[in-house]
Design a protein around this ligand. Structure first.
Ligand code: 5MM
Length: 341
């Protein structure tokens, strides 16, 4: 492992004014997204959609530091036969790859999940590196409910995240460590804070035990935020203040950067929260976005599977990427939302 090079890639992923496009929806998830815009999900439509994003020259060259791809996409070529990975590289962004294989029920823990994909991971990482991937992603899913999460679910998911991260670094690939505490429930922000704190503390404990070099990784956490069904939604300033307090209490300063997931927040909320955190400032790590839904909902709608809408889809993507890029520097204003380029 060359730690200086890993650190260089990690820092590039969180370049101020840029962030990560999470375009690694598995086949099931992208089908759900396409169903919502009445587009059939085929190998070709998935390729066309992602090619539209990766050919958004302004967004990709100015606001996107890296793209997380799904296995199918990393091997796909654009319509003119250029590998999609090359399109990303030519734009100046770094290609990355989701290497987890989704979640399964956790034995003995009803309602809880463990992420699969460690088998043969070392071999798969070698192939992804040869194809151009310089970072990877693994998502652990923790749900909040009555009597959950259990210590077991937190422990085994943290252990798997650390196993994955160590294997990535051995393959000279920067691991994005994503322990996602879902915002699906009716819990309030303080319950989210408390659960996320336990999850992050356990994750960093396991990362240390398994000798993961913190300088060569990126953390992708949820924010401290009330569940979607909560009767007490949290104001922007409270989300920002509590998320920063939470992260300061568990994330070592050696971690180069934190790239948030959007987790089902509205496009504008995800931007406003990131912006408010960066306005607080004085942080040991860079804070940016690694959004899936909050970057892609608008372009998906504008595109709707029609070739004649590609330019509109690219405009919508560029706008969201620009808004979040500004938020990564604390320079976003709500008034800018109206001015779609
Ligand atoms: C883009 O979605 C990613 C893959 O999800 P599935 O494995 O469920 O298909 C997902 O891991 C994503 O990267 C994170 O959840 C962040 O995305 P959001 O939409 O929460 O910003």
């Amino acid at each position: 492992m060359n730690l200086a090079d890993l650190n260089k890639v990690a820092l590039a992923m969180v370049t101020p004014g840029k962030g990560v496009l999470a375009a690694d929806e598995s086949s099931g998830t992208i089908k759900k997204r396409f169903d919502a815009i009445s587009v059939e999900s085929t190998e070709e439509t998935r390729r066309d959609y992602r090619e539209m994003l990766f050919r958004s020259q302004e967004a990709m060259s100015k606001y996107v530091s890296g793209v997380i791809l799904y296995d199918e996409t990393i091997w796909q070529n654009a319509k003119d036969d250029t590998p999609l990975v090359k399109l990303i590289e030519q734009s100046g962004a770094i290609p990355g790859i989701k290497v987890d294989e989704g979640t399964q029920g956790l034995p003995g823990c009803p309602g809880e999940l463990i992420t699969a994909g460690l088998d043969k991971l070392a071999e798969r990482l070698k192939k992804y590196y040869e194809r151009g991937a310089r970072f990877a992603k693994w998502r652990a899913v923790i749900d909040i409910g009555q009597n959950i999460p259990s210590m077991t679910a937190i422990h085994v998911n943290a252990h798997a995240l650390a196993r994955y991260a160590a294997l990535c670094q051995q393959a000279q690939i920067v691991p994005i460590v994503e322990p996602e505490v879902l915002m699906d429930g009716d819990h309030d922000i303080d319950r989210c804070f408390e659960v996320t704190q336990r999850v992050l503390n356990k994750t960093f404990q396991e990362l240390r035990v398994q000798r993961v070099a913190l300088e060569g990784m990126i953390l992708k956490p949820n924010m401290a935020i009330a569940g979607k069904k909560s009767a007490k939604p949290s104001p922007v300033e409270e989300v920002a203040e509590k998320t920063i307090r939470l992260l300061k209490s568990c994330v070592p300063a050696a971690v180069p950067g934190i790239a948030f997931l959007s987790g089902g927040q509205s496009d504008e909320d995800a931007t406003a929260h990131l912006n408010a955190m960066n306005r607080i400032g004085g942080l040991p790590w860079r804070l940016t976005f690694s959004y899936g839904r909050a970057l892609q909902a608008a372009p998906q709608k504008a595109w709707s599977g029609k070739a004649e809408n590609v330019a509109a889809g690219q405009r919508a993507f560029t706008h969201r990427a620009r808004m979040n890029a500004l938020a990564s520097k604390g320079e976003w204003e709500a008034g800018l939302e109206k001015k779609v380029a």
